[in-house]
Write a protein that binds this ligand. Structure first.
Ligand code: IPE
Ligand code: IPE
Ligand code: MG
Length: 237
């Protein structure tokens, strides 16, 4: 087997542990989130170095709206600032920024910043960075089912034409391959409503490191572990 097959095409990360990191350092939770920006840069550098094509980052779940309002506000501000500040560097590095999740719930300002960053990076060919914002898998599936039901009612889609491909193509991730490797930092071992459909055969890796402490080395370790895995997809090999 060639080296290349040991490199995941698509890595997804649940960036968890910002709050615990802040507590550990006597800081506010919002400072923990701010400290989570540099590790994103590190993950991008490592992903590009390894030739990973897609990097999906879980940045804000549909459930995260239930956090204290000051924390939600700080996160929204951080998303705006980060996409504006980082866009030139994304362009320089050939990174295309995309999003999954229901962005209609975000303020006009946040939506505008996100759209501008997507447009500015549209030519990026080296890596596609997919931010999961106001994302949850069940919400994504509900929206997909509504779309398919509407198409069925209008006569555009016969119920017996609905197959896995049709469902996959109605999801936010329609244009991307399923993740090969999913990393969740901070030692938690759960998916928290992330890519439930898409992660059917994804390799899972749960390092203890808190997201603000995540480095390129941690990404390298995850890929080393991935290379040792034997993916069988239900077959005998
Ligand atoms: C992940 O860190 C970031 C978001 C969910 C936005 P947390 O804020 O969940 O950090 P912990 O889990 O409380 O440590
Ligand atoms: C998942 O982390 C969401 C993101 C990292 C954006 P949470 O911290 O919200 O998940 P739970 O509450 O521990 O399951
Ligand atoms: Mg958490």
């Amino acid at each position: 087997m060639s080296e290349r097959t040991h490199i995941p095409r698509h890595v997804a990360i649940i960036m968890d542990g910002n709050g615990r990191w802040a507590t550990l350092h006597g800081k506010k939770r919002s400072e923990g989130h701010a400290a989570g920006v540099e590790p994103v840069r590190a993950a991008l550098r490592a992903a590009i170095r390894h030739g990973v094509e897609y990097l999906t980052l879980y940045a804000f779940s549909t459930e995260n709206w239930g956090r204290p309002q000051p924390e939600v506000d700080a996160l929204m501000e951080l998303f705006c600032q980060s996409v504006v500040n980082e866009t030139p560097e994304l362009v320089r590095q050939g990174i295309a920024l995309r999003m999954i999740g229901d962005r209609s719930r975000f303020s006009e300002k946040v939506q505008q910043h996100l759209a501008q960053a997507e447009n500015a990076t549209v030519e990026g060919k080296r890596l596609t960075l997919i931010l999961a914002l106001n994302y949850s898998s069940r919400d994504e599936i509900v929206r997909a089912v509504r779309e398919l039901a509407t198409r069925a009612i209008t006569g555009d889609l016969a119920p017996n034409e609905i197959c896995e491909q049709v469902i996959a193509s109605a999801l936010d991730t329609a244009n991307y391959p399923d993740p090969d490797l999913l990393i969740r930092t901070s030692g938690e071992q759960r998916l928290s409503n992330f890519l439930l459909w898409q992660a059917s055969y994804t390799e899972l890796w749960f390092p203890e490191v808190l997201w603000p402490d995540f480095t390129e080395k941690d990404f390298d370790s995850a890929l080393e572990e991935y290379a040792r895995r034997d993916r069988r997809f239900g077959l005998v090999k």
